[in-house]
Design a protein around this ligand. Structure first.
Ligand code: FAD
Length: 310
């Protein structure tokens, strides 16, 4: 058995999910290789080679891959899969875009959002917004998984590179799709997926202006801002801040839910946080059932006071 991991990176910086995905891969095999697709990817190759337990780092480096599109990444992965029993990607926007394409072309079933590995063919994944855990066994000869990074303790990042480098063939650019543009969030603070502390606001926050109260607190705590879907739908914040079943899944050390009722779909995105704090004026709000600490009160009074005290 050997495992290929798709190494996500942006401008050479490896995604913080990668040590977690490699950890999942290591549960399957000692032969774990990481594939980096892009243009001028030396920095990412070096970072991947420092992940403990990685055997080879494969580089698919070509100018047409400067903005790697799922169609092109798929064409790089396909011929490589002859040599691997498993393909693992992060359960990220990129992973969820690439993996089903590879699966369709190999005619196997992809298994998404794996949170535990029982053996080389048996995997656990949540269903129904996390209220059910399914154990599934794959009979396909190649197993293709997206894994939830926060469910796996990361491998160590070694001080020195420890893997061998290899070149992977790149195919001709896809004629079906073309990169047009991308909008990058220039926010300097921690991002939702790698923040140690997340402070999320819901419909109860009441307005985009009131989200500034959360921003002030986030500044003091070096936290990322998140939101419920109701807050996103109301236009208080952009939708890339949404936490939950149809948003991001986070598991920070501290999650502060402000003016969020705690619907099951929201819980699906944050219930694995180490410590959960809820601030809500309704003592019956379901969020208090999963909170480690609860504060019943009006957030418009509580947040400024908390900020002053901090
Ligand atoms: P509400 O449920 O309206 O709660 C607002 C809370 O604020 C209340 O508890 C209230 O007591 C409190 N409040 C009001 N004013 C104050 C105040 N001044 N001080 C303190 N507290 C106050 N939701 C998500 O979040 N993420 C998802 O990914 C997601 N995906 C979904 C997918 C599907 C298929 C469906 C059907 C729904 C999904 N939802 C998702 C929506 C979810 O069901 C809830 O509607 C949503 O989470 C509610 O958001 P909320 O808690 O902010 O709003």
């Amino acid at each position: 058995m050997s495992v290929l991991v798709l190494g996500e990176h942006r401008e050479g910086v490896l995604s913080s999910a990668m040590p977690h995905v490699v950890a999942a891969a290591r549960q399957l095999s000692d032969d774990v290789d990481v594939l980096i697709v892009g243009f001028d990817v030396n920095l990412a190759l070096g970072e991947a080679a420092k992940l403990d337990g990685v055997r080879h780092v494969l580089a698919a480096d070509s100018v047409h891959l400067v903005h790697p599109l799922a169609e092109d990444v798929t064409q790089v992965i396909l011929p490589l899969m002859d040599g691997y029993s498993h393909l693992l990607v992060a359960n990220s926007a990129i992973g969820r875009s690439v993996l089903p394409r590879v699966a369709a072309l190999l005619d196997v079933s992809p298994i998404s959002d794996v949170i535990a590995i029982k053996d080389d063919a048996t995997f656990v994944r949540p269903a129904y917004a996390g209220s059910v855990l399914e154990t599934v066994r794959s009979r396909d000869d190649k197993k293709l998984l997206t894994v939830r990074p926060t469910a796996f303790e990361p491998v160590e990042i070694l001080p020195r590179m420890n893997a061998r480098f290899e070149v992977a063939a790149t195919a001709a650019p896809s004629s079906q799709v073309q990169f047009v543009s991308e909008d990058i969030d220039e926010n300097d603070g921690p991002t939702l997926s790698n923040a140690r502390i997340v402070i999320s606001g819901g419909r109860g926050v009441g307005s985009a202006d009131n989200f500034l109260l959360l921003a002030a607190l986030a500044d003091k705590l070096d936290a990322a801002i998140g939101a419920s879907r109701a807050a996103v739908d109301a236009g208080f914040v952009p939708n890339d801040l949404q936490v939950g079943q149809t948003g991001k899944i986070v598991a920070p050390e501290l999650y502060i839910a402000v003016g969020i009722s705690g619907a099951i779909q929201h819980q699906a995105g944050m219930q694995d946080s180490k410590v959960i704090v809820a601030i809500n004026q309704d003592p019956e709000a379901p969020i208090f059932r999963i909170a480690d600490y609860g504060l019943v009160g009006n957030l418009l009074e509580v947040l400024p006071e908390l900020e002053r005290k901090l």
